[in-house]
Write a protein that binds this ligand. Structure first.
Ligand SMILES: [Mn+2]
Length: 265
């Protein structure tokens, strides 16, 4: 029994399509999709359409990630302070690019899935947690954007890496396969090279790297280097806010943090 495991596409339609050039030539039984399909690279709608298309073609287990959660929260008006020209504009732009059907589809996705196999239970969630850990053979998660596997209390944990924005310092699209039989288990990690200029050009075309909070600039750097620049910038921003005792959102401070983050690498 073989699974393709994919996570954290983050709107990067080009990497998703490139990966399927390999996957379509593989023999497998099902695809496990671990969440974070939208936000960051501005092709979320196209990514959702592509997942739906492949889910018709191949048996698929699909959960939602924290980015899909944010979209649903925003859609239900829970965050009135998330606007264009705030730190959350990435969510707003993405929401505006999605259709009502996309939102409905996201809403239909569960947060976790349990897959029963004759080799034991597979538990899938976006964020690594230890729920049900004693009851399952495999625990599959995403969110880290780094391919990894380890064993804890007889459960094997697998993060397949990120299709759209990996942070393993190895630019490329990452996914993982899991094959289980009575005799053996094989976990294979893939890092597919792709034309990084395509998502970068799209971000630049929309001026997401130069306007407002310049979130797009952090995404471009992440694509180029395989380093988590958004997280670095958030850390730097919080440091500056503490230093200057600022409690409200500050675009000036954010841009200062962003420049420092990018120059330091
Ligand atoms: Mn993610």
């Amino acid at each position: 029994m073989k699974f393709i495991i994919m996570s954290d596409i983050h709107g990067n339609i080009w990497t998703l399509k490139k990966c399927f050039k390999y996957i379509e030539n593989m023999n497998f039984d099902a695809i496990i999709w671990c969440g974070d399909y939208v936000t960051d690279v501005p092709k979320g709608h196209e990514v959702l359409e592509t997942i739906k298309m492949y889910a018709k073609k191949y048996k698929s287990y699909i959960i939602r990630g924290n980015r899909e959660e944010y979209i649903l929260q925003y859609a239900s008006n829970k965050h009135k302070d998330w606007k264009i020209n705030t730190r959350y504009e990435n969510i707003v732009y993405t929401y505006e690019s999605l259709t009502n059907n996309d939102i409905k589809w996201i809403k239909s996705l569960p947060k976790t899935i349990e897959i029963e196999t004759k080799y034991g239970k597979i538990y899938v969630s976006h964020i690594l947690n230890c729920e049900y850990v004693d009851k399952c053979k495999y625990k599959i998660f995403g969110h880290l954007h780094e391919q990894c596997e380890f064993v804890k209390d007889e459960t094997k944990y697998i993060d397949p890496g990120s299709i759209g924005l990996n942070t393993n310092r190895a630019p490329g699209a990452q996914f993982t396969t899991l094959e289980i039989t009575d005799e053996y288990e094989i976990i294979e990690k893939y890092n597919v090279k792709y034309d990084i200029q395509k998502p970068i050009n799209e971000i630049k075309k929309l001026e997401m790297d130069i306007k407002g909070y310049r979130w797009g600039k952090l995404i471009i750097k992440t694509i180029e280097k395989g380093i988590d620049y958004p997280q670095k910038c958030i850390t730097e921003y919080n440091k500056l806010k503490n230093k200057y005792n600022i409690t409200d959102e500050s675009i000036e401070m954010w841009n200062k943090a962003l420049d420092k983050t990018i120059i330091e690498e």
